[in-house]
Design a protein around this ligand. Structure first.
Ligand SMILES: Cc1cc2nc3c(=O)[nH]c(=O)nc-3n(C[C@H](O)[C@H](O)[C@H](O)COP(=O)(O)O)c2cc1C
Length: 418
């Protein structure tokens, strides 16, 4: 019997994903010091484009070149007001959309992002002494003690509380970026509202202490994201997908109901899909490095399965993508068959095997063969002494970004051993 993963998924905007396997967003670090589309980036996406994915989400594209997550992120360099007069820019991004989409009809969805207070000091054109932007002026805390505070200060400048002009400008930058992606031929955008980046900073009561229209209640903290969704919708065609990546919350946490309230607002706003993830630079849960190794968790694979299940029960009409931990066809099928999610996001496995859907969707393969189980990226002994949770996540991300570069260059990827 064909796998449920082979089923097409139709988004509310009308876009059809040919199957349920999505390559999750992976920052490629391939945009060079010009922070733009490069030949190596195109090669990586041509490769993924041949992989038979139901959707290909790009790594984060920053909406403002002055605020990058890392030095080699692609970014928007200024206002984008439409096709006229922007031909060279459009040609560059059109080549990217073509690389993603031309081979097997996998829709290309660009993840667009502003890192806010998680923008690294030495990345982007802001200047090393300039502050980052955030809903409230709360510095990043990447660990306990003197060393962690020192490193946090070195890497992440103290944020400045955004005023209304800042908010209006960033909302416009998201809309400009989405418009450029639509004009370039991409099928949609995903607003990065997870992992402690700016949208998440607004949504989260720990980082948003505002007392104006953008803070104070779960609903008000969602206003920034809702404003962005509305501004994006105004400038993209009706069939263009607009999704959101969001962090989960533990069921017994004080923020659980508030997160559900915010998801309710996204459902009302009519987002095309919601991707569920978790974590931030302060607590990088998205990579599951601290996940409990109980048999139950391993059997289910996915890190945020229970949160997705609850979201599905409360908002059955939302198209859900669940990312984090999927390594086997059986695990992915089980999540869909249990009606927990519609789309399976695969991150690190996609960096090791850009053709992974061909394996998962091959009826001729037994379940034991349809899997890609990965070990942990080894941590040097010295790094283990550092008092930051982010060290392992940083090493893990660098390792997989290096694998993307390897296959883009025609080299064999190397999976970390178990
Ligand atoms: C190298 C690397 C880069 C990543 N870049 C992004 C990104 O740009 N945007 C994002 O939302 N998540 C990013 N992630 C997180 C993944 O999308 C995904 O949520 C995470 O890897 C868990 O899924 P997995 O267990 O299938 O790898 C990145 C992860 C890695 C390893």
């Amino acid at each position: 019997m064909p796998s449920v993963l082979n089923e097409a998924v139709k988004l509310p905007c009308g876009l059809v994903l040919p199957n349920r396997l999505a390559k999750a967003a992976l920052a490629e670090a391939l945009a060079g010091s010009e922070n733009t589309v490069t030949p190596t980036l195109l090669k990586a996406y041509e490769r993924w484009g041949r992989g038979g994915w139901g959707a290909i989400l790009t790594g984060n594209v920053q909406v403002d070149v002055n605020h990058l997550g890392q030095p080699y992120d692609p970014a928007l360099h200024g206002e984008y007001t439409g096709k006229a007069g922007n031909e060279p820019l459009l040609a560059r991004w059109t080549s990217y959309a073509t690389a993603v989409q031309q081979q097997h009809g996998s829709p290309g969805i660009v993840q667009i992002c502003h890192p806010g207070r998680q923008s690294v000091r030495f990345a982007g054109r802001r200047g090393v002494f300039a502050s980052t932007l955030a809903p409230s002026a709360i510095p990043l805390q990447i660990g306990e003690g003197f060393l962690a505070r020192g490193l946090a200060w070195l890497l992440f400048p103290a944020p400045r509380e955004m005023d209304q002009a800042d908010i209006d400008r960033v909302v416009r930058q998201f809309a400009d970026t989405a418009r450029l992606m639509a004009d370039s031929g991409f099928s949609g955008v995903e607003l990065h509202g997870a992992h402690g980046y700016l949208i998440d900073q607004f949504l989260n009561a720990k980082t948003n202490k505002r007392t104006d229209a953008y803070g104070g209640s779960a609903e008000k903290r969602a206003k920034f994201l809702l404003d962005i969704i509305h501004a994006v919708r105004e400038v993209v065609p009706a069939g263009f997908a607009v999704g959101v990546k969001l962090n989960s919350a533990d069921h017994n946490s004080s923020t659980f109901e508030e997160t559900m309230t915010q998801i309710g607002l996204l459902a009302e706003a009519g987002v095309d899909f919601l991707e569920i993830s978790g974590g931030s630079y302060e607590n990088p849960k998205m990579l599951g490095l601290d996940a409990p190794k109980s048999e139950r968790t391993l059997a289910r694979e996915a890190f945020f399965l229970e949160f997705a299940r609850e979201t599905r029960q409360r908002f059955p009409s939302l198209v859900l993508m669940l990312t984090g931990g999927f390594r086997t066809r059986a695990g992915a099928e089980s999540a869909v068959q249990q009606n927990v999610c519609d789309i399976i996001g695969l991150g690190r496995p996609a960096a090791i095997d850009p053709d992974l859907p061909k394996v998962f969707l091959d009826d001729g393969l037994e379940d034991e063969q349809a899997r890609l189980v990965l070990g942990r990226v080894p941590m040097p002994a010295l790094a283990r002494l550092l008092p930051f949770k982010g060290v392992g996540a940083g090493l893990e991300s660098n390792y997989y970004a290096a694998q993307i570069k390897r296959f883009a260059q025609g080299l064999r990827t190397i999976a970390p051993g178990l």
